[in-house]
Design a binder for this molecule. Structure first.
Ligand SMILES: Cc1cc2nc3c(=O)[nH]c(=O)nc-3n(C[C@H](O)[C@H](O)[C@H](O)COP(=O)(O)O)c2cc1C
Length: 368
């Protein structure tokens, strides 16, 4: 006999703690699995179609407790350029979203709208230069437009308006996209924020505009609506970038979000198993929860291949589940694996591993 707990040998047993219902900032979820936001460009004219509703419904009916939509543009020409990226605007887009929400609710799912402004990553089409905090020149890209204080107020209003539309359409929660090098993250990142006014300078100054967006959205939606902020160290154009070099800097940023009304933090990493600061095994979600006490979502490489049951691997879910069970973070987001496997959670929960397809790049170009 041994007093060691035997490692879980089946996926269902391993994932049991993630498959439990949970209350997230007051919102009841059927499992702790979250669908990570993924841009799909399937909404011509910015209006989500019935196919978009079916796409999200399928993930919700297969055990994803919370869907987070793809990035949805706030209503300002600087927010984004692509016609088929959805928008959060009154009229047809709002009606399209209401249908998406109703479909997800009809199978017991919950859904958050991710609000997005591309910042300097917007292509300079339609005669409009890309808006960003400081218009820092990027190799190979035309000069952008450094936002004035009036521009900042305009964008704050655009976020609040979009949040109001989302609440009216029936969304259960809002997620503010402040990650990956888009507009709000450009304020957080020293390389792209060279401002000397109230929105720049110190870490606190760099966090001020994103926090004001959080506050504006908080004021625009019902007081009990969960408000998630997604943030990251890495940028799409620089995987080694950082917004915080120390836990103290991270605390300055996250406490600004919390004071402004954020109730959930979504800590985006490319690989969930990687620690963030020397001397601690905590990942970014772990730090977010430790600093703020708010519920935290982890993400990054979860379940991408069927070898996730093997305990010795970096991407093994054994360690992830133990850390969740120990309270390091609360929810687990799945991204790319859900593109090719809308039913991944059901298949894993029922130990039908042979029915799962490993993630392949071409899944990103499918829409089913
Ligand atoms: C095709 C695709 C589109 C994405 N679009 C978004 C997006 O709109 N907003 C966002 O915050 N992250 C976006 N991401 C990042 C994902 O949400 C997620 O963090 C990333 O894929 C890592 O998780 P995974 O390893 O489980 O896929 C996207 C990722 C992919 C692959």
């Amino acid at each position: 006999m041994t007093d060691l707990i035997a490692p879980a040998t089946t996926a269902g047993a391993l994932l049991a703690p993630v498959l439990e219902p949970v209350a997230m900032a007051g919102l009841r979820l059927s499992t702790r699995f979250v669908m990570a936001p993924m841009t799909r460009s399937q909404s011509p004219g910015g209006v989500p179609t019935p196919a978009v509703a079916g796409y999200y419904r399928r993930r919700a009916e297969h055990g994803v407790g919370l869907i987070i939509t793809e990035g949805v543009l706030v209503d300002h020409p600087s927010a984004g350029h692509e016609d088929a990226v959805p928008r959060m605007t009154p009229g047809p887009a709002e009606d399209g979203w209401r249908h998406v929400v109703d479909e997800v609710h009809s199978v017991g799912g919950r859904i958050a709208a991710q609000l997005w402004h591309l910042g300097s990553l917007r292509e300079p089409v339609d005669g409009l230069a890309a808006w960003s905090p400081s218009a820092v020149p990027e190799p190979g890209r035309p000069a952008g437009h450094a936002m004035s204080l009036t521009d900042a107020d305009t964008i704050l209003t655009a976020y609040a308006d979009a949040a109001r539309v989302a609440a009216r359409a029936g969304f259960d929660a809002i997620e503010i996209h402040a990650a990956h090098g888009y507009l709000l993250d450009e304020f957080l990142w020293p390389r792209t924020n060279r401002r000397t006014d109230r929105y720049g300078g110190s870490t606190a100054g760099r966090a001020r505009f994103p926090a004001e967006v959080v506050r504006a959205v908080r004021a625009a939606v019902p007081a009990d609506m969960p408000l998630i902020v997604r943030f990251s160290q890495f940028k799409e154009r620089d995987f080694d970038a950082r917004i915080a070099d120390s836990p103290a800097e991270l605390a300055t940023i996250l406490e600004a979000f919390t004071d402004a009304g954020a109730t959930v933090l979504h800590a985006s990493q490319r690989r969930f198993w990687q620690p963030v600061f020397p001397g601690s095994p905590l990942n970014l979600a772990g730090w977010a929860k430790q600093i703020t006490g708010l519920p935290a979502i982890t993400v990054g490489g979860v379940g991408l291949t069927r070898d996730f049951l093997e305990p010795g691997r970096a991407n093994s879910l054994t360690g992830l589940v133990q850390r969740l069970a120990a309270g390091e973070f609360d929810l687990v987001a799945l991204g790319r694996i859900l593109l090719g496997n809308p039913d991944w959670v059901t298949l894993a929960a029922e130990d039908r591993i042979d029915g799962i397809e490993d993630y392949r790049k071409e899944h990103e170009h499918t829409f089913a």
